[in-house]
Design a protein around this ligand. Structure first.
Ligand code: BDR
Ligand code: CA
Length: 335
């Protein structure tokens, strides 16, 4: 057993029972909970491309755009990829307590500006995201991994509505938070800031968490040359995703001077595919919900001062070149 604050690579150990890893050779069943979102779209693409994962469902939440748009965007991405067979259900229209706020400068008015995607071939299911998640978790042969890449509203509602199903969750691999700088306020990353009360419920759930926050995702850049390579690798998929990436690059070039955008959300998927890809620190992490300046801050406790057990493997470094290769390979697989 590693201690609090220790640097580890790969997967979490069970915290409250359960077994994080599926049986050897079996694909890991996952539910993607997202708010597409350019980097969410790449996370979906990567998850669908990889034999190590089996996508049981895609659920949507309000975040990068209002719920109606994030749901439509998820359906359009799946239609474009020829995977309308994957069930989609819409979830929360707004955070648990806070007013919704949309970061239009990141993702544009549609939530997914920059590419011409088809209209959805099928609608979202009639059941909502919480019901669909509960159903697939209940019916799955093994433990299911949740992969939230938007505000954590749906995951918190699921855990509150179906507490007994928590034992059937292997891990939660989430994009969100930061040990260092924020991107929405000085203290907080967008997904955690958007719904801090939901995030607090998730971090306190006793389920192993793989946290991919800005500490690692700001290293996970697709540079201009990588985007050109991705475009060349993948026919129509390469062209459409290069268009999305070039739109997403604009804000990051203006704001940070970077030669390419961080593909935040795909990190939460990629570290399930290749456990050695991300180096992490095993830490106790709690979410600030009351501070005026620190709403949504992920507060880490490397010395274990609170006496509470570690609950998260917090990503701190990534093999960027291998990450880019995974995304290019995923685009090429769709062609
Ligand atoms: C997160 O916020 C959204 O804009 C992205 O899709 C990502 O999930 C990064 O802070
Ligand atoms: Ca997102």
């Amino acid at each position: 057993m590693t201690g609090a604050g220790e640097i580890v690579a790969g997967e979490p150990r069970p915290i409250a029972g359960g077994q994080p890893r599926p049986a050897a050779g079996e694909p890991r069943p996952v539910v993607l909970d997202c708010d597409p979102g350019h980097d969410d779209a790449l996370a979906i693409l990567l998850a669908l491309a990889r034999p190590e994962l089996r996508v049981l469902a895609v659920t949507t939440v309000a975040g990068n755009a209002p719920l109606e748009r994030t749901t439509r965007n998820a359906l359009r991405v799946l239609t474009f990829l020829g995977r309308s067979d994957v069930p989609v259900a819409a979830g929360a229209e707004r955070p648990l307590l806070r007013a919704p706020w949309v970061p239009v400068e990141f993702h544009g008015e549609s939530g997914l500006d920059g590419a011409d995607l088809p209209e959805p071939a099928v609608p979202a299911l009639g059941e909502d995201a919480i019901e669909l998640t509960a159903r697939v978790v209940r019916e799955a042969a093994g433990l299911v991994t949740l992969v939230p890449t938007g505000p954590l509203t749906n995951i918190a509602l699921f855990l509150r509505a179906h507490p007994r199903l928590a034992a059937r969750i292997a891990a939660i691999s989430l994009m969100g938070g930061s040990l260092g700088e924020g991107n929405t306020t000085a203290a907080a990353e967008f997904n955690l800031w958007a719904d801090p009360e939901a995030a607090a419920i998730v971090f306190e759930a006793g389920i192993p968490i793989l946290m991919s926050g800005l500490d690692v995702t700001h290293q996970a850049l697709m540079r201009s040359a990588d985007i050109t390579r991705l475009e060349a690798a993948g026919g129509r998929t390469g062209r459409v995703f290069a268009g999305l990436l070039r739109f997403f690059a604009v804000h990051h070039r203006q704001r940070y001077g970077w030669d390419g955008p961080p593909i935040h959300d795909a990190v939460a998927v990629a570290r399930l595919v290749e456990p050695g890809l991300v180096t992490s620190r095993r830490l106790r992490v709690d979410v600030e919900t009351t501070g005026e300046l620190t709403r949504g801050r992920t507060v880490a406790d490397p010395e274990g001062l609170s006496g509470r057990p570690p609950n998260a493997d917090v990503g701190v470094a990534i093999d960027r070149q291998r990450f880019v290769d995974l995304l290019v390979e995923a685009v090429a697989a769709f062609g």
